[in-house]
Every structure is written in C-alpha cells, then in structure tokens.
Design a protein around this ligand. Structure first.
Ligand SMILES: Nc1nc2c(c(=O)[nH]1)N[C@H]1C(S)=C(S)[C@@H](COP(=O)(O)OP(=O)(O)OC[C@H]3O[C@@H](n4cnc5c(=O)[nH]c(N)nc54)[C@H](O)[C@@H]3O)O[C@H]1N2
Ligand SMILES: Nc1nc2c(c(=O)[nH]1)N[C@H]1C(S)=C(S)[C@@H](COP(=O)(O)OP(=O)(O)OC[C@H]3O[C@@H](n4cnc5c(=O)[nH]c(N)nc54)[C@H](O)[C@@H]3O)O[C@H]1N2
Ligand code: SF4
Ligand SMILES: [Mo]
Length: 754
C-alpha cells in the first residue's frame, strides 16, 4: 500500500532504491518492519528520473514481492523437458552441476557452444552476464535491448560517433519534438511528463506512427506512416529540406561528408512518391520537413519501431533518421540532440568492469558469434572497429558498445537445431523470456526442446513458459530484495544506487550471484568475482571516490553528468574521418549498403506473399499497465488488462468478418493466434496491432499448454528466418504481413497447480 510522503531522512525504517519493473528505474522509498518486510512505498521525490511519481506497475511492487507464484527454491528437472517433474536442490548443487556441464562443453565444443539470453535493463543480471561471457569466452550473448535499438546505435555511432538514444528534450529549449515509432504516453511516464512540459512551453510535436496513440493525440502533426516504410519517409523529409534549402548548410559544409550521395538518393523521393509508398500525404511531408528544420532546436526521438522493421527497411529508417539529425544542425546543440557524454573518467568505470577486452583476446575463443557471418558489424570485429574509431575522442570507447557485440537470437536457435555455423549446446536464460518476448518464439521452442541442447537453465522470478521447459530453474530476487545500481547499460550519463529493502524470501538470489557462482567455478582469475554484488558495485563506483555503501546510505544516491554541448568543435566527431559521415565508412567496411537506399515493401527477401497476407501487423506496442511478458501475475494489473486485445479498423474488420469485442484469429505462415478484437477507427486500414507477449500464468503449466504460450502470443508468429533480420541482426518484429478472420474463444485447459 502506498503511504503518503515517505521520507528517506526519516530513519532506518525507510529504505531507498529504484523500481526495475520496467527500464525507467524511477526512485522509490519503502517503509519496512523489523523483519525486513516492506509495508508501504512511495516515490522518491529526490530522484530526478520521475521526481517522486510512480506508475501503476510500480505500485504493485509489494504484491509482486509476496506473490504466491514466486519461485523460492532451485529446481532440477527429473522428468522429460516440459513435463513438470522437479526435484528441489540446493544452490550449491545447482551451481556445481551447471558449472561442471559448462566446463565439459567448453573443453569439448569450445566456449562458443554456450549462449546466454537476457532481458532489458534488469540490473544487475545484464552486465554480470556480459562480464561472465567475456571471462568464459563466448561471443554468443544477448540481452533483449538488442531488439530495442542495436540498429539505431550502430547507425548513429557510424554517422556521428555517439548516440542520442537516451537523450531527452528540454522544456523551454526544445522547439520541435519528433516522436518516431515510439509512444512514451505508455512506455515512459517520465518522458511523457517532460514532453508535456515542453509543449506547455511552446514546443511543437510531430508523431510518426501508424496508430493514433495517446502521444499522437497530442501532436501538432501526426504522420500516419504505413508500417515498415519509415526509410522512405525519412528520404522524403530530406528531399524537402534540400529542395527548399532549409537544411543547415554551414554545418553540412564544415562537418559532413557524403552529402552529395545523400542528395542524389533523396532527389528520387519527391513528396508525391513518398506519399505513394508511405501513405503520408505529400503536403504533410512538406509541412513536417519545414517544422523540423525551421522551428529551432529539434529532437528526433529514438523509438523501438525503426530497429524492428527487419531486413532493408530498418537500415534505411535508422540511417535516414541519423542523417536528418545531422543536416538539420541539431547535433550537440542545446535543446537538440546532445551527443551523450561518456561517464567522466572520475565518475564511473563502466566498460573496464564489463571487460569485453577479455573476450576479444580470450585464449579459448576461436570463433565469432553465430550471426557474425551474416551481420558482420555485430561481432567482435565490429566491436574492435568501433573501439578504434571512437577511441580517438573517447578513450574509454562508446559506453553502449555492448550493443555491437550482441548475438542475434534467431541465429542462436539455428545454431542449436541445425548446428549452423557451429553447435550451441547450452543456453542460460535470465531476465528475459525468449518464447514470449524475443521474437521467433516457435524457433526458440524448437531449440529448447531439441536433443542437441544439452543444458537449458532459467533464472526468473516466476515459472515462465521457458522455465517450464528448462533443466534447472533458479529463483530470482526482485528489486526490493537486492542491493542495486542502475547505469542504464552505460548510456545514460546517470547512475543511481539502491539499498536492499526487503529480506529475501526463501532462497531467492540476486542475479549477480548466478554469474559470480558459475564464474568462481570456471574462471582462471580468482579476483574476477567479488564475493558480493556490493563489492562489484565498489569497482564500478571507484572513480567517484565513494563506495557503494557511501552512495547507498548517503544523502544523495545518484549522479547525473551534466551535458556539455558542441564538443565536436574541439575534438571532432568520433568517426574514422572525424566528420559526420552521412554515408558511413563503417557500413562500407562491413559490406552494408551505406547510402540511405530505401528497401521496404515489396521486400527484397520474400516474407509472406501479399496476396495471401494482405495486412501488416505491428505487435508488441507497449501498454502502460504491463511490461512485456512480465507482471501478468498481478491481480491488480490483470483487472485493468485481462485479455489480449488486437486493434483493428472497423472497415477492415467488416471485410474479414471480425466483430468488435469478439475473438479474432491473426495468421501468418508460422501459425495462428487468437486475441479479442478492439475496434479503432483511427488506425490505418492495412494495419492490425495485436497485443504482444501474451501468456496466462494462471493457466495449465507444462506441455503441451505451457501456460497458454501459443494461444495469443504474437511472437509465436513473428518471422524467424535469420535472413529477415536487419543489417544489425535485429528481428523483424513489426510490419510483417498477416491476415485475420473471426474465430472462437480459445480453449482453455483446466489449471493444475504445480
Ligand atoms: N509499460 C511499459 N513500458 C515500457 C515497456 C513495457 O513493456 N511496458 N518496455 C520498455 C522497453 S524494453 C522499451 S524498448 C521501450 C519502448 O518504448 P517505445 O519506443 O515507446 O515502444 P512502443 O510502445 O512499442 O512504441 C512503438 C510505436 O511504434 C509504432 N509502430 C509500429 N510499427 C511501426 C512502423 O513501422 N513505423 C513507425 N514509425 N512506427 C511503428 C507502434 O504503433 C507504437 O506506438 O518501452 C519501455 N517501457
Ligand atoms: N513483437 C514484439 N516483440 C518484442 C518487442 C516489440 O516491440 N514487439 N520489443 C522487444 C524489446 S524492445 C524488448 S526489450 C523485449 C522485452 O523482453 P524481455 O526483457 O524478455 O521482457 P520481460 O517480459 O519484461 O522480462 C522477461 C522476464 O524477465 C523476468 N524478470 C523480471 N525482472 C527480473 C529480475 O530482476 N531477475 C530475473 N532473473 N528475471 C526477471 C520476468 O519475470 C520475465 O519472465 O521484447 C522485445 N520483443
Ligand atoms: S514500472 Fe513504473 S514506477 Fe517502475 S520504473 Fe517503470 S515507470 Fe517507473
Ligand atoms: Mo526494449
């Protein structure tokens, strides 16, 4: 229950941390009893992320902490995979047995035969798994952030040497905001609040989204783009800016290379042709270009959609957006696109403690990641190339470098089932849910149930569908049960430290412990893993001059590096040439089309044929009350959103016999799912928006139902072929073709506990 006005200064009964129920990491205070039970909570007004506000998800923290379904003890499978027969074992036994198997595989098949699948901004599991992979010697590690933004990061760092992903707009300073393929009204309460403040101070808003989202409702101009055609739209905007001479000529002349090639490509994209492909009226393309280029400092936001458009479409979209930011003269301009500052040398030691350098030179590693031959820029050699290019300006490298190293999930599944390009035989899942949230769920299932897979370990808070198929299931602590530190993967110029709030229930463990325990059994370096996560935090925080304890218990528990603008004027851009490379040499070096050539529908690689699958689906759009596949256990949140809903235009529904509020079937070659239709007359007629990540934790567990993983889960039917992933290995999660029809309610087998 929320208790009004908790204050950290009120004494030891009030503990201070931050919420990790979604990636925003809003500051939180808890009132605890003498046994370490959290009794009440409040937002932390002294934390700048949300200034004391919490969203509805955050308010379920105590419910989540005490929930009956939480995993409390390590389990070892004794029946067949997915049969639900377990033996309770100790952590010691689990770690010994898992480490032994990993050692055997490393000796027999090389360290690359072990893969890890992680989640998004779930401290401390993410960085600890990377640090572990670097020490073990496997390049086959992924955290789910790869599908939020690898393509965008790579494009931005290639074009101007740093990224703008985690940057924000500034009330009073930012005059034009373009929210493109993002919906902060649902996905980020703190940045939506900021957006409102900017609008109140006169900023104009352009939203690029096939849906009329709550964010789009606030827009001065809504460009209702056809899914997957963002690259064409970007070229149309560039075309108008050049044609009407409203780009920043001086900046382009002084700082950019490749402008002529961009101009030649953009010349083909008249507003009329742009309208033909994107569905955005030509007059709106012109209007948007003028607003963006002339209103004053402008911020063109990051949004996951552009990364998730798959082969061809994604590349032109992210490259086009990077070019727009550059030629509009907004790079590193106050109120525009601050090129994030790396942590000062005296603030925070991020990359040195992730230790990717060890992976590069690992004596046991002989191979690149399983996707490197297809998407060579996301690889160890890609990482080295970016280190070299950015190193001249940022000696520590680009702090988001992990993104360049992430392997691609479909390639990992293929390496298990087809042993191509080499076998992967063990997978450790932690903080992520591959069957539900990682795309290509069917391929994940095939891999997890394959005889080729000798070990599947899942560490989670719940018995997820992936956990149900695992050989070992390990109980994870929630954020209240651990000491914590968030640095947003080293890309946010901000860190916040959290106290442990609650006493751990049962044998739940901090995610760090998994990697440290395995690491201690497998590492050649006895000092690599401090005994506790606090010890590891001390290492991260060492340059700040304070220990974890001092930060956690001190008056202020966070630090924000103030942006410095126009840094390039002194040291150039962190690209190979030191200039903004509008046609990035880094792309050329890795065999990627470096001009912003648009390849969208019709696709260069066949997806589902258009005649049979006339619609496009854009599943996985965030809803305020859930985080991906997570939090469906909360009775409170389920009451708000009890069933999977698929948005569809009434005319489209009429055409295919679908009724508002009734069940409908969404089909692709991979299979069919059922959701309830929700009419939305503001949606494009060629687009449907199925809810993402849907399962039912209260339905029958284990095979064949697996808590309903195949019933409504949109990622059961997102394309899985590795060739359909983008140049950066991001999956085609949005815009794939589909068809719809009316259907009966799904059959629900009786729930059995266990
Ligand atoms: N409540 C909640 N908040 C979250 C999360 C959550 O699960 N729940 N997840 C967190 C994570 S991991 C992330 S990465 C962020 C993501 O945050 P956002 O970037 O805001 O992601 P979405 O809400 O999925 O918004 C993507 C938007 O893109 C639109 N879209 C779909 N296809 C296309 C297309 O082809 N072109 C264009 N231009 N737009 C398209 C969709 O309609 C949708 O409105 O949210 C974070 N916050
Ligand atoms: N179709 C479609 N698919 C998408 C997207 C999309 O837009 N459309 N978005 C993609 C993006 S951007 C992202 S980031 C992913 C999100 O994908 P994930 O990060 O996989 O999403 P979640 O469902 O939030 O978390 C997965 C699991 O982590 C567990 N978990 C939560 N906290 C902890 C913890 O502290 N420790 C441990 N061990 N486990 C924990 C949860 O119980 C849950 O089972 O989805 C991706 N998939
Ligand atoms: S779930 Fe809500 S309160 Fe928690 S971090 Fe996300 S936005 Fe903040
Ligand atoms: Mo994400």
């Amino acid at each position: 229950m929320a208790l009004a006005k908790l204050n950290f200064a009120d004494g030891p009964d009030v503990r201070r941390t931050f919420c990790t129920l979604c990636p925003q990491h809003c500051g939180m205070l808890f009132h605890v009893d003498g046994d370490g039970n959290p009794l009440a909570f409040d937002g932390d007004r002294n934390n700048p992320v949300a200034n004391g506000k919490l969203c509805i998800k955050g308010t379920t923290a105590i419910e989540i902490h005490h929930h009956d379904d939480r995993l409390n003890y390590p389990l070892k499978r004794v029946g067949k995979r997915g049969e639900g027969k377990w033996e309770r074992i100790s952590w010691e036994q689990a770690m010994d047995e898992i480490a032994e198997k990993l050692r055997e595989l490393r000796e027999k098949d090389g360290p690359e035969s072990v893969a890890t699948l992680g989640g998004t901004h779930k401290t401390p599991g993410d960085w600890a798994s990377w640090r572990w992979a670097a020490d073990f010697g496997t390049p086959n590690f992924v955290s789910q952030g790869r599908n939020c933004g690898v393509g965008e990061y790579i494009a931005e760092v290639s074009v101007y040497g740093w990224d703008t992903v985690y940057q924000s707009y500034y009330p009073g300073k930012t005059k034009c905001i373009v929210i493109w393929g993002s919906n902060p009204a649902e996905s980020s309460p703190p940045s939506f609040e900021r957006l409102r403040q900017c609008q109140a101070q006169g900023a104009k808003l352009i939203v690029v989204d096939p849906r009329r989202t709550k964010t789009a409702e606030r827009a001065d101009l809504h460009l209702q783009v056809r899914p997957r055609t963002d690259g064409a739209l970007a070229l149309g905007l560039i075309h108008v800016m050049i044609r009407d001479d409203i780009y920043d000529k001086e900046f382009v002349e002084q700082w950019c290379t490749g402008f002529d090639e961009v101009e030649a490509e953009a010349a083909k994209w008249t507003p009329e042709r742009t309208e033909e492909i994107t569905g955005v009226p030509a007059a709106d393309v012109v209007k948007a270009a003028h607003m963006y280029a002339t209103l004053g400092p402008a911020r063109l936001s990051f949004g996951v959609a552009a990364t998730q458009l798959g082969e061809g479409a994604s590349r032109s979209a992210v490259l086009g957006r990077a070019i727009l930011r550059a030629i509009s003269g907004n790079l590193d301009r106050p109120g525009g696109e601050p090129l994030g500052n790396p942590y000062d040398a005296d603030t925070f030691a991020w990359l040195p403690n992730i230790n990717f350098e060890k992976l590069v030179d690992h004596p046991l590693r002989t191979r690149e990641s399983v996707n490197a031959h297809e998407t060579p820029i996301t690889s160890i050699s890609g990482y080295q190339a970016f280190r070299e290019a950015t190193g001249k300006v940022y000696p520590q490298g680009h702090t988001g470098t992990a993104y360049v190293l992430f392997a691609s999930q479909p390639a990992i599944y293929r390496a298990v089932t087809r042993q191509d390009p080499y076998p992967v035989k063990a997978i450790i899942v932690q903080c992520g849910e591959p069957l539900l949230s990682m795309g290509a769920g069917k391929d994940a299932y095939e891999a997890f149930t394959s005889e080729n897979l000798e070990l599947l370990v899942t560490m989670d808070m719940w018995m997820t569908p992936t956990a149900q198929l695992s050989d070992y299931v390990l109980p994870a602590a929630d954020f209240m049960e651990r000491a914590d530190l968030s640095a947003h993967w080293g890309i946010g110029n901000f860190f916040v430290v959290g106290q442990q709030v609650a006493t751990t229930v049962g044998e739940r463990r901090n995610d760090y412990d998994l990697w440290a325990e395995l690491g201690r059994r497998l590492s050649d370096d006895p000092d690599y893993w401090p005994e506790t996560v606090e010890g590891m935090f001390d290492r991260f925080l060492e340059p700040s001059g304070k220990t974890y304890r001092e930060w956690a218990d001190g008056e202020v528990n966070h630090r924000f590096t103030k942006p410095v603008f126009y840094k390039y004027r002194e040291r150039g851009f962190a690209t190979p040439s030191g200039k903004v490379e509008l046609v990035p040499s880094m792309f050329e070096r890795f065999g990627i089309e470096a001009r912003p050539v648009y390849t969208g529908p019709p696709y260069s690689i066949p997806d589902a044929p258009e005649e049979e699958y006339p619609l496009q689906m854009i599943p996985g759009s965030r809803v305020r009350e859930l985080t991906a596949s997570n939090l469906r256990q909360s009775a409170r949140l389920r009451r708000i959103h009890p069933e999977p809903l698929c948005d569809i235009h009434p005319d489209t529904a009429a055409k295919y016999g679908v009724t508002d509020g009734e069940w409908m079937i969404i089909e692709r070659p991979e299979g069919a799912i059922r959701q309830r239709a929700r009419f939305d007359a503001s949606l494009r007629r060629d687009t449907v928006n199925p809810d993402g990540y849907w399962w039912n934790p209260d339905q029958q567990r284990y095979e064949p139902h697996l808590s309903g993983v195949w019933v409504s889960n949109a990622n059961a039917i997102t394309p899985g072929a590795p060739e359909l992933s983008s140049f950066a290995g991001d999956q085609p999660l949005r815009g794939a073709r589909c068809r719809v029809r009316a259907g009966d309610a799904p059959a629900v087998p009786a729930a059995v506990s266990g």
